[in-house]
Design a protein around this ligand. Structure first.
Ligand code: FES
Ligand SMILES: [Fe+2]
Length: 359
């Protein structure tokens, strides 16, 4: 075996607690990548908007007069105030500071106290633009108007594997969020760590046949599916508190299996015969992270029972074990030893991709 095929852990402990690493991530990784930013259904009408953080950039995603999505930097061209917060709907973006007003496509439309601004050309003072893309009802943004990689190329590796879920046809059944005391990357590493499935989830995932699962790296992203164990297969079918999704039933069997996927840099996705779950991770500080959960599916099941099962795994077991690691991260004896050649390989690949952006 040569070095290139031996997976290794490539990040130092400081990457999990130092503000300087998070600042660099904001600059290079979150500010330099396509990022998941919500659902198209969040923006149902002309003028509907939501706000998104992309590293150090604050973006507005808005539906313009032509019903097209736009990503605009939430930075007034007068003295830099934020135009809007949160979500809402408007006809014009009006700055709260001195009332400069912008059209939904970002063009500067009007200036209050116009006589104070002699010879300015309003055409040159539109809001700075970012980029926005939509894929099966999911919105992605990039803080750059001309991203170095087009969205279609960026998502290409996993598109064919996830398109079958046609999330655009599903309804949002429930949303939830929780905060945990660990660096966001530890959650990603755990999400793509196949080895822990046997040991952290011996009861909650006992119906799944981890040794028969398949996982694969697709450029920046990662896809996995695992079947139910033979003895649980019949029981597992129809045991979900949620209703099976009709268009998944007609797909090959693997799409009804338990799917756990990862869209780089911060979006775990979970799939199954009855659910499509988005669970993006937002770093609040180097040692605190928020997970935003949105469960899509078909109405009619017991969504509260489902969420309870989901949280028992993701929050009760996964977040708990990585908070455990975070407590050791500043220890002079903290060190990552050898990692599993196959079952932890995805962590090594994640580090390679991460470091390409951080360089
Ligand atoms: S900062 Fe926006 S109008 Fe002055
Ligand atoms: Fe897990």
């Amino acid at each position: 075996m040569n070095d290139s095929i031996i997976p290794t852990y490539k990040l130092p402990a400081e990457a999990y607690y130092e503000q300087s690493w998070l600042d660099k991530e904001k600059q290079n990784l979150f500010g330099g990548n396509w990022l998941y930013a919500g659902l198209e259904t969040d923006l149902p009408e002309v003028g509907s908007y939501t706000t998104v953080t992309a590293g150090f950039n604050e973006l507005i995603v808005i539906r313009d007069e032509q019903n097209e999505l736009r990503a605009l930097h939430n930075v007034c061209r007068h003295r830099g105030a934020q135009l809007v917060q949160g979500e809402g709907r408007c006809r014009t973006l009006v700055c709260p500071y001195h009332k400069w007003a912008y059209r939904l496509d970002g063009q500067l439309r009007g200036i209050a106290s116009r006589d104070q601004f002699d010879a300015i050309e309003t055409e040159t003072l539109g809001l700075h633009k970012g980029s926005v893309a939509s894929w099966m009802g999911l919105i992605f943004v990039h803080s750059d108007e001309h991203p170095p990689v087009a969205f279609d190329d960026w998502i290409a590796g996993v598109k064919s594997e996830l398109d079958v879920f046609e999330a655009v046809k599903l309804e949002e059944l429930k949303s939830d969020s929780f905060v945990f005391d660990a660096n966001w990357k530890l959650y990603i590493e755990n999400h793509i760590d196949w080895l822990h499935l046997w040991y952290v989830h011996p009861q909650t995932l006992k119906v799944l046949d981890h040794s028969e699962g398949e996982f694969s790296q697709h450029g920046l992203h990662w896809i996995s599916f695992e079947p139910f164990k033979e003895e649980f297969r019949e029981d597992a079918k129809g045991s979900s508190p949620l209703i099976d999704i009709p268009h998944i039933e007609s797909q090959p069997e693997r799409y009804s299996e338990n799917g756990a996927h990862f869209i780089f840099p911060n979006l775990p996705i979970f799939t199954g015969s009855s659910f499509f779950i988005l669970a993006d991770l937002v770093p609040l500080s180097p040692e605190k992270t928020k997970m935003n959960i949105r469960i899509l599916g078909v109405p009619g099941g017991d969504i509260d029972a489902f969420l309870e099962q989901f949280n028992a795994i993701t929050k009760g077991e996964d977040a708990n074990i990585i908070e455990n690691i975070q407590k050791n991260i500043r220890s002079e004896h903290f060190n990552v030893g050898p990692i599993a050649v196959n079952y932890e390989r995805a962590i090594s690949d994640f580090h390679d991709n991460y470091l390409k952006f951080m360089a």
